[in-house]
Design a protein around this ligand. Sequence first.
Ligand code: ATP
Length: 424
Amino acid sequence: TASQEAEKRGWHLYLVGGAVRDLLLAETETGTLMINDIDLVVDGFHKTASVGAGVELAKALQEIYKNARLEIHGAFQTAALLWHKDPELNSLWVDIATSRTEFYPYPAANPEVEASSIRQDLYRRDFTINAMALRLTSPRAGELLDFFGGFLDLQAKQIRILHANSFIEDPTRIYRGVRFAVRFGFEIEKRTEEYIHYAINSGVYDRTSQKNSKTPALQTRLKTELKYILLAPYWQSALKLLDNLGALQCIHPTLKLDSELCRQLNLLERCLGRFDRKQTLSNWQIRLEALIGYLKPEYRAKVAKNLQLADDSIARLKNLSHTQAEIITLLPTFDHPSQTVDLLKKYDLPTLILIALQSSRKIRRKIWQYLTTWANVQPLLTGNDLKELGYKPSPKYKQILDDLLTATLDGLIKDKAEAREFLA
Ligand code: ATP
C-alpha cells in the first residue's frame, strides 16, 4: 500500500536500514524472519516530493489503516505508524522519512536535516550492512541499492564503517557496531577497529559527557545503546568486546571490565534470578547501575546524570557508599534478626543488591537472608485477632504488631497460640 500511495504521487519509495539487512541475512541463513521495525524513505529530490513527503505518505496510510497510530516528529520531518504497542501482541513500527543529509556542524552534535538524495541518506548511516535500500516503487521495484558494498560485507560477516570520521561524529556507533558484531557473529573490520581506537584516543569521554546544549541527544543515544546491549542475551560478550576496544571509556575513562567487575556481574545474574518477581528495576537497568556502582564513589552520580538515568537511580548511586558504610559497620554488631530487619528495611531492593555485590561474603549472606526470608515475615496476629483478644482499636495496635514481629523474627514465638501468650 505504501508503494502504491507513493507511486500515485510520482515519488520513489525505499525500504532502508535494518530491515533490508535482515531480509538479506534471512536469505542466506535459516530461521524465521521477524521484522517489527520498518524504515521507509521517500526520495526527497524526486519530482514533487518535498521534505514533508514522508509525513504526507504516513498520513495517507493512516487514512487507510485507521487502527494504526500516527506520530509526527516535526523537527526531523519524519512520521511513524504504530500498530499495537501492547508488549503481549506483536507490534509493528513503520517509520517514514524523506531522504536527507544529516550534516554535523561539529563533531557529536545533533544532526540537522536537509532534503537530499537517497544515496546521501544512506551515506549518513552507521555501517555498510545498514546502508542498503530496496526500491519499492516502479520502475525497477525490488532493486537493491548498495553503494557501499554492504552485501559483500554481509557475506563476509564484516562490520564496516562508511567513512573515517564516523565514530568521531557519533561515538555511540561504537556500541552499535559491537552490538551487531556480537548479535550476528560478525567481525569488526580492521580499519573500522582502527577508527574506533582513534575516536576513543581522541578523548571520547569529553564528548559523551560534556554539558552543552548539543550533547544531551548524544547521551540519550548512548543510554539507548547501552540499554539494547544490556537487555540482550549476549550482553556479557558485548561488554567484553566493548572493554577490549576500550569503549567503556564512553561511560567513564576509569571503567574497566576487570575480574572483580566480572565477578560482581556474575553474582548479579544469579541474584536477579532469585528476586525476579519482586524487582523494581528491569534487569538492564540494574546491570547498568552495577557498572556505574563499580566506579569510585565520587564519579557515580555524575556518570548517572550524564546517562540521564532516573532521579531515583541517581540518588541511589550517589548514596551508595554512605549506605554501604552504614551497613558494613552495623550488621556485624547485631545479635538478632529483628535488628537487621530494622536497618535494611530503610533501603530499596536495588540498593541492597548493589551493596551485596560489593560486600564480603558474611555481609552478603545477611542481606540475602533478609531479602529471601526476614523481609517477608509477618506478625503472627492481625488487627482482627487483637480485637478478638479484647484490645480496643487504637494507635497502640501498630506498636503491639511491631513487638509481635520482633518476637517472631527473633524466634521467641512460633505460632498464634504463643503470640497470644506473649501478649498476655
Ligand atoms: P535493530 O534490528 O537492532 O533495530 P536497526 O539497524 O534496525 O537494528 P535502528 O536503531 O532501528 O537499528 O536503526 C535503523 C537504521 O538507522 C540503521 O539500520 C542505520 O542505518 C540507521 N542508524 C541508526 N542509528 C544510527 C547512528 N547512530 N548513526 C548512523 N546511522 C544510524
